[in-house]
Write a protein that binds this ligand. Structure first.
Ligand SMILES: [Zn+2]
Ligand SMILES: [Zn+2]
Length: 325
């Protein structure tokens, strides 16, 4: 029903195609999954609206909105979008005919996140799973205890400005939401590139409290405060004006000490929007799939684990996918 390029011939559609196609089914709005220029896009309302914010309203010719767990039938194939718990609007795609149920996870995490709809476990015959953190060394800690590492540092009132690197779509909003969850109620300052997405999250009922563009703020107003910016900005010339800054980075990769050192991060926050090894392997078992394709990350260890557990599996390697965080 589906080939190695995630192409479904019977309905002439690709899942997350990396170049413009006639029919695209899109799991979520991160750049490496949602590309502009398709003729027809099928996705959740949030994915479509975020694509329009990032690429412009004409980024595809036609958009078809599908709600979570609604089903559409095309050419005897049923398509369902199931919450993936990764970012706002993110979905797993379930495609089925009379004989087979195939689930494509897209990027996903199973732990609770107040900034998006929670992951739903789904049974299938054939699972195509992501594997960004597909190595047993990755066991993501509790995100609330991670964010408290930051708020505890702030409480010391050492006159520092906390510059936190976080991907602009999904991670940044989740960080603000987490800060509110642990009781941090100060204004959070943000890099300009985060503004529209934060506003969009708020419009969709995600509580972020007070946040403000950092641009017009004086240095003295930023002492003992948090500024969230894309990871590429926290070490660029953009950040030069902040004095006494402490660099933080929120990413699943912060598990790896070498990455912490390489990026000169003083407060590493292991907070990921992807599943860790244990979520990945539990999901494979819970799906009851007899066949698994592993993509998007560390394929080999997970493929080996499947073999050990008598599950037929193989790695799928895509080009043009970002590393994920
Ligand atoms: Zn993603
Ligand atoms: Zn991805």
């Amino acid at each position: 029903m589906i080939n190695h390029n995630l192409y479904i011939e019977q309905i002439d559609a690709y899942i997350d195609p990396y170049k413009p196609v006639k029919n695209a089914i899109i799991t979520h709005s991160h750049f490496d999954h949602a590309k502009p220029g398709h003729e027809n896009v099928l996705a959740t309302k949030e994915t479509i609206e975020i694509m329009k914010i990032r690429y412009g309203v004409n980024c595809a010719r036609n958009f078809q909105v599908i709600k979570y767990n609604d089903e559409i039938i095309m050419n005897n194939i049923r398509i369902k979008f199931v919450p993936a718990g990764h970012i706002l609007g993110s979905s797993q795609i379930l495609i089925s005919n009379k004989k087979n149920k195939i689930l494509i996870t897209g990027d996903f995490k199973t732990i609770n996140d107040k900034s998006c709809v929670s992951f739903e476990e789904t049974k299938c015959d054939f699972l195509i799973t992501e594997a960004t953190f597909g190595l047993p060394i990755f066991k993501h800690p509790n995100p609330r205890s991670e964010i408290k590492k930051l708020t505890n540092e702030i409480k010391k009132k050492d006159d520092q400005t906390f510059l936190v690197g976080a991907y602009s779509l999904g991670k940044s909003q989740r960080l603000i939401s987490l800060l509110r969850e642990v009781g941090y109620d100060e204004t959070v300052f943000i890099h300009g590139s985060l503004k529209k997405i934060c506003d969009y999250y708020v419009k969709n009922g995600i509580f972020l409290g007070s946040y403000e563009h950092v641009k017009n703020k004086k240095e003295k107003d930023l002492i003992n405060k948090i500024i969230i910016a894309p990871p590429s900005s926290i070490k660029s010339s953009w950040s030069n004006r902040f004095i006494n800054k402490k660099l933080c980075l929120a990413s699943g990769w912060m598990t790896i000490k070498q990455r912490v050192k390489q990026n000169q991060i003083e407060i590493p926050l292991v907070i990921s929007d992807h599943s860790d090894w244990f979520e990945l392997t539990n999901n494979i078992l819970n799906s009851q799939a007899k066949k698994v394709w592993v993509t998007h990350g560390r394929e080999d260890a997970l493929t080996y684990w499947c073999k050990e557990n008598s599950i037929n599996s193989k790695p799928l390697r895509f080009i043009n996918r970002e590393e994920g965080n």
